[in-house]
Ligand binder design. Structure first.
Ligand SMILES: *Cc1c(COP(=O)(O)O)cnc(C)c1O
Length: 800
């Protein structure tokens, strides 16, 4: 973090004042950083942000997902005008059509709210062949010549007259005025469903329904300006949803791309079916650029994943309730919808905004008398309480902080150290970045950025793996490789921190172990570059049977020791994984046979599976004894059948867990024989041999020593699943273990979470192990027998 002092802040203000255009009235604060709903000024003072960049930061500041999406896209392609197709833009257009109100299925992409309004007016004139635009009193639609004509505030408009002609302003929420004004000359009516700048007034349902009806009857288009109300602000993704409204044209911008400039004009059927929106009708150089599109996709993911519209509805209702219950002679009315809240005062709002700012709360005006609260939708309950307490304090007259506020501050202080700890924050941020197999790029780029900040050399390799190292150059070295993986299985788990537990997909498998690798390596590096290089790899596609990431690195390094990042718990080490073979099968029969004595495809598939099961049972009775690690374990993972009247077909997938020293080739021959006999078509994939090491390897012994020194009896585990250890151990040799915090029984479950204390313990264990490894070449450690020690060894469940 850069520390900027008071003199630096003054310099920034002086510089801006000297060189700025001067059109903005400024507040005396230099904002340098943000996270969630918190902003920091140049002197390090924190503010609760209730302005959200005028409603831009709905998903909060400093989102790593946005940084990662921008970084990944920027490295691929920043600019691509819409005369060419682009993959990222294509995905965004499809996504927008899914999330916007029904009927809005086509989009013109631009770069701001005012451009969205400008575009809407052009489309409306083009489609109707008419010129008149009807807007409302107190409406705000932007500052360019066309949009400005529709903006009501005379101070904004009058100095620039003449503006776009034929624009009329009618009273808001007054249906009689609308009925008189809307005519056969009207191209469009433009409204905000909640007037943001104009004082936070909501349209009534009757008004909105009436406007829509008059527009339809008289051939005018209804333009809904959701530049401020869109993307969750009012408690629904779009305010239209509160009214069950299908606009003809929908204007969007502000929060669309999570803070990156972007606007969009959504076009409904009356526009598209007119046939008048043809080539050359409108355009924009920057419109639809892949960088903004990538940010918008990441923003929509976050809004959905974190259910932010619902959160806005809940917190907004709570805040409105509390504000309405406030007894202040200053307050005339409290209005709002979701987290778009207006407090109308009987005085000018400005002095109170200044008092709030002095108390660490940044809010906005909406007209001369209204305090407007527009916080990021991720604002925490504690922060919202603080805002409401402070408002009470300022509006009800100065009083000491309420008892409740004090309690909340104490509580916040007691939970804070965790997420304020950068090592915990790293894991937390990793959990918020989704990374299914083959979609790890955002996380990889985020990690590379973080690792560089931690003093490591970092990059994303050709396979997409994240790679960080203590040394810039690894040529001809035998490094210590820490091989974790970035990908997770599907299934979204909202990231939350509760009573010392961090919940999220990948918390255990295997972002917890990977974050511990990065943190421990950074600690070692901070203490002085180690003699032997340490490389941390976050592999791609471990959860997919391809193990592409591990296969890509296995030839690159000849490590002297390797730690695989999988959960073993912070006091245990995994020294073996079973092998795997996947058998995909298909049986097809002509349907005519199903009536006869012949077996159906389902019966044949079932009999094939039964053979496999019986064979394994027999094999285990003979060779495995009671050990699950030594057992041959087939499972029927899926079976599907299809009868279409022509063909009778069954498909199935069988997964084998294989014990060490098992003859896979012989098993394949046996299976093929049975398959041929029954005319079952089978194919094999995902083959891995089991790997079993011992607790006498130098690496396992170092772990044992470190754990014992910390007062723990080390446990050595064999797992019945597979991991990237199966891929690399046959080549890298047996000085290998898997280690990482977390309870592996939570792998792939909806309840996946990790104890922060265990994660922190694992970092310390790893740091100590790496310190030993980093200075002792492994050749100096010979194998020794460990019989008679207190260590125990157990078998535990699957990994992947
Ligand atoms: C902010 C706003 C605009 C203008 O958007 P810019 O991106 O500032 O051009 C238009 N309409 C509404 C309702 C707004 O709140």
């Amino acid at each position: 973090m850069t520390i900027i002092d008071a003199t630096q802040a003054e310099t920034s203000m002086e510089q801006e004042n000297r060189y700025t255009s001067g059109v903005y009235g400024k507040r005396p604060v230099t904002i340098v950083r943000g996270e969630g709903a918190t902003l920091w000024d140049a002197e390090g003072r924190a503010y609760i942000d209730c302005a959200a960049g005028h409603g831009v930061a709905n998903i909060g500041h400093g989102r790593p997902e946005i940084a990662a999406a921008l970084s990944a896209q920027a490295q691929r392609l920043v600019t691509c005008p819409e005369i060419f197709y682009n993959d990222t833009r294509a995905r965004l257009l499809e996504r927008l059509s899914q999330v916007t109100p029904a009927g809005i299925e086509h989009f013109f992409l631009c770069n701001s709210g005012t451009e969205a309004v400008e575009g809407a007016f052009k489309f409306a004139r083009l489609v109707t062949g008419r010129t008149q635009i009807i807007a409302t009193l107190r409406g705000f639609h932007g500052r360019s010549m066309g949009a400005l004509a529709a903006t009501w505030e005379p101070h904004y408009r009058e100095p620039f007259a003449p503006l776009l002609p034929d624009v009329t302003h009618i009273r808001y929420n007054n249906l009689e005025a609308a009925e008189v004004a809307i005519s056969e000359q009207t191209a469009a009516v433009i409204i905000e469903l909640v007037q943001g700048e104009g004082g936070v007034h909501s349209a009534t349902p009757e008004y909105v329904a009436g406007l829509a009806r008059f527009c339809r009857e008289r051939g005018a288009l209804l333009i809904v300006d959701e530049v401020q109300t869109g993307f969750g602000r009012t408690g629904r993704l779009f305010a239209c949803e509160h009214y069950d409204l299908q606009p003809d044209i929908l204007c969007m911008a502000k929060s669309l791309a999570g803070g990156v400039p972007m606007g969009a004009v959504g076009l409904g059927p009356r526009v598209m079916e007119s046939g008048r929106v043809g080539r050359g009708a409108h355009g924009s150089t920057f419109g639809g650029n892949p960088l903004a599109c990538a940010a918008a996709l990441a923003t929509l993911d976050i809004l959905e994943r974190e259910s932010l519209p619902t959160r806005a509805a809940r917190l907004g209702a709570y805040a409105l309730g509390r504000l309405r219950g406030m007894r202040s002679p200053l307050v005339r009315e409290v209005r709002g919808q979701g987290l778009l809240i207006g407090i109308e005062l009987k005085r000018r709002a400005q002095p109170y905004l200044e008092q709030l700012c002095e108390r660490g709360i940044l809010a906005l005006p909406a007209g001369p008398n209204v305090i407007r609260l527009l916080p990021p939708l991720v604002i925490s309950e504690h922060q919202l309480e603080q805002v409401l307490d402070t408002l009470e304090e300022v509006l009800e007259g100065s009083r000491a902080l309420s008892e409740r506020a004090q309690l909340i501050q104490e509580e916040a202080a007691s939970t804070k150290p965790h997420l304020a700890d950068p090592e915990v924050a790293l894991l937390h941020n990793m959990l918020t970045i989704p990374s299914l197999s083959r979609r790890e790029s955002a996380l990889a780029h985020y990690l590379a950025g973080q690792a560089r900040q931690l003093g490591l050399y970092a990059s994303v390799d050709e396979a997409g793996n994240f790679v960080a190292s203590t040394h810039e150059n690894l040529e001809e070295q035998h490094p210590i490789v820490l091989l974790g993986h970035m990908d997770t299985v599907p299934g979204n788990i909202p990231v939350r921190f509760e009573e010392g537990l961090l919940y999220g997909r990948g918390a255990v498998d295997a972002k917890g172990p990977l974050a511990a690798f990065i943190s421990a390596t950074a600690r070692v590096q901070r203490a002085g570059t180690p003699a032997i290089p340490i490389v941390v790899i976050g592999a791609v596609e471990e959860e997919a049977a391809t193990s592409k990431g591990a296969r890509a690195v296995v030839g690159h390094y000849q490590p002297q020791a390797c730690i695989i990042g999988e959960p073993s718990s912070s006091t245990a080490v995994t020294i073996g994984y079973k092998g795997r073979l996947l058998v995909e099968g298909r049986v097809a029969r002509d349907s005519s046979h199903s009536a006869g004595p012949q077996r159906s495809s389902n019966e044949i598939a079932a009999a094939f599976w039964e053979r496999i099961r019986a064979h394994a049972e027999q094999w285990n009775a003979e060779y495995a004894g009671s050990s699950a690690f030594a057992a041959l374990m087939p499972s029927l993972r899926s079976i599907n059948s299809l009868q279409n009247g022509m063909e009778d077909q069954t498909q199935f997938l069988i997964g084998y867990r294989l014990p060490p020293r098992f003859d896979i080739a012989e098993l394949r021959i046996q299976l093929q024989e049975w398959a041929d006999a029954d005319e079952v078509q089978i194919s094999f994939s995902g083959e891995e041999v089991a790997f079993q090491s011992s607790r006498a390897t130098p690496l396992a012994r170092i772990f044992g020593r470190v754990l014992r020194a910390g007062g723990h009896a080390p446990v050595f585990k064999y797992k019945t699943g597979t991991s990237d250890m199966n891929v690399v151990a046959p080549i890298w040799g047996e000085n290998i273990v898997a280690y990482g915090p977390g309870d592996s029984s939570l792998d792939h479950t909806p309840n996946e979470h990790i104890a922060v204390a265990e994660y922190q313990h694992a970092i310390t264990v790893l740091e100590q192990v790496l310190q030993v490894l980093g200075r002792e070449p492994h050749a100096s450690l010979e194998h020794t027998s460990v019989s008679g020690t207190q260590e125990s060894s157990v078998e535990v469940g699957a990994e992947s």
